[in-house]
Design a protein around this ligand. Structure first.
Ligand code: HEM
Length: 483
């Protein structure tokens, strides 16, 4: 009992007074654990595991060590500590977990993946090459082309909606967002009624759902046989995607492209890298994975947009305010474009508010060396969960965090993002797609609300799942009422 009391006193001391900079780091607090599963049971009973991490943070302190099955982990709470892990010591925590599922989805090697690989020269080269494609600068030709593309595809989405009827929106968003991505990165568009294209988009969506799940088998290897059938199916889907990309997207372009030429799109940038510098950081196989990963980003956008509509349908006030902003700045005759975004802070703020409410996790990091956060020891190889849920939903950081209030992102008519709002992570592994998310979401939400008001479909209740971007295949329908 005395030892336990002393342990508790030590715990309190550690929580209140983390080591000074320069002092030897302290062991992070850790709750009592069970044999085999370690602390996995502490996640049970929460709809979102990150809520368990918030509870642990409140009980034990900002940095908590956990043993989840076979995997040593650390939970980090608090803006200052999360920034330390992502940015200040970003180079110490730039790897990703070695979950068997990640290996299997990328042909047995997670290094093929943009998001789940460890840091390397290859990853640096892939990220450097992507930047000009995923972050087009305003007023450049590429931005204007993207602007036209988003408008065209949004108009196509609107044409697929029958006003006043229940609409299954997810496939419409998914196929047309896929076309925005294929056209932007690969100069290719597909007929939305083409069955093979429909299957491709469906495959991407299923894999997106899969990578956004967490399974006990990620931490308990002896459970992996339970996932065997599902993983075999997923590998089949990735092979179908590869076939489509080789046959329908790349075609003869690899052979025909002259490495001396200026690349016209991301496909040619990849070909140029591989052909033009045969000893470069990656080969054609790795390049194809990077291409699939980035066009697969359309699933993130279409799933996100479904959730935005899921929030808006419950918020007639927010819809009216966005529509007023559209009417004041664009009117009804000219189609809204992403060029209108700067003049429409409320609409942009509503999109940020949806991103906040979803509280999508920061992809877990892994310590590549012994290090520390907030004065607490982090062992090399530990999986680090940066608690983004806490940053997005804490009562201490936001007023009425459970309510959908775009106004919280506005100050004197401008969009402002508080420092603790880190939905796209940070540092050298930060999200490569956030600009695409902002631009496509603005164009699509603006286009729909310019023409329609979003209303509930027959008997549908809208409880938007949070803590992940992904939505199941069969999900809400909406009714669109002509304005
Ligand atoms: C609302 C939608 C999205 C959200 C909330 C989101 C959020 C995130 C977050 C939190 C990370 C981890 C960052 C970190 O570890 O610091 C990430 C990584 C990443 N995101 Fe996104 N993302 C979204 C959409 C997209 C899209 C559309 C693309 C592709 C165009 C994309 C591409 C990536 C890639 C490639 C990485 C991995 C980067 C790396 O590990 O080096 N994301 N995203």
């Amino acid at each position: 009992a005395i030892a336990a009391t002393r342990g508790l006193a030590d715990e309190k001391r550690r929580r209140k007074a983390p080591a000074d900079a320069g002092a030897a780091p302290l062991e992070p607090p850790t709750p009592p654990r069970l044999p085999v599963i370690g602390h996995l049971h502490l996640l049970a009973g929460y709809d979102v595991p990150y809520k368990a991490f918030s509870a642990l943070g409140a009980r034990l302190g900002a940095v908590v060590r956990l043993q989840l099955g076979a995997v040593k982990c650390v939970v980090v709470n608090g803006q200052k500590n999360i920034r330390e892990g992502l940015v200040t010591k970003g180079s110490h925590f730039d790897s990703r977990p070695n979950f068997d599922r990640y290996q299997q989805l990328f042909d047995g090697n997670k290094e093929n993946s943009l998001a789940f690989c460890d840091w390397s020269d290859t990853q640096k080269a892939r990220r450097d090459m992507l930047r000009s494609h995923t972050f087009p600068r305003a007023f450049t030709n590429s931005f204007v082309a993207l602007e036209n593309l988003i408008s065209r595809e949004t108009l196509r989405m609107l044409a697929q909606v029958t006003p006043g009827e229940d609409v299954e929106l997810k496939p419409i968003l998914a196929k047309n967002c896929a076309n925005i991505f294929f056209a932007h990165f690969c100069s290719k568009r597909f007929d939305v009624d083409d069955a093979r294209f429909g299957d491709l988009v469906q495959n991407f969506d299923e894999i997106f759902y899969e990578v956004n799940q967490g399974y006990a088998a990620d931490f308990l290897p002896f459970l992996r046989p339970l996932l065997k059938r599902n993983m075999a199916r997923m590998r089949g889907l990735t092979r179908d995607i590869r076939r489509f990309v080789e046959e329908e997207v790349v075609g003869e372009r690899y052979e025909l492209f002259d490495a001396e030429d200026e690349p016209a799109d991301y496909v040619e940038s990849l070909i140029k890298h591989v052909k033009g510098s045969p000893t470069g950081e990656f080969d054609w196989n790795t390049a194809l994975f990077a291409l699939e990963d980035i066009v697969g980003g359309h699933s993130a956008v279409s799933n996100f947009l479904m959730k935005v509509f899921g929030f808006l349908v419950n918020e007639p006030r927010v819809q009216r305010r966005i529509q007023e902003e559209i009417d004041e700045n664009v009117g009804r005759d000219k189609h809204i474009t992403i060029g209108d975004r700067k003049a429409m802070p409320y609409t942009e703020a509503a999109i940020y508010e949806a991103i906040r409410m979803i509280a999508s996790p920061i992809v877990p990091r892994v310590a590549n060396r012994d290090s520390s956060i907030n004065g607490y020891k982090i062992e090399k190889g530990s999986v680090i969960f940066m608690n983004n849920y806490e940053l997005n939903m804490s009562e201490e950081l936001w007023e009425r965090p459970k309510e959908f209030l775009p106004e919280r992102f506005l100050k004197d008519g401008n969009v402002v993002k508080p420092e603790h709002f880190l939905p796209f992570g940070g540092g050298r592994r930060s999200c490569l797609g956030y600009r695409m998310v902002q631009l496509v979401s603005f164009g699509v939400v603006g286009g729909f609300l310019q023409n329609f008001t979003v209303a509930p479909a027959q008997g549908e209740l809208y409880k938007v799942p949070v803590g992940s971007l992904a939505l199941k295949k069969d999900t809400f329908k909406f009714k669109f009422v002509k304005r």
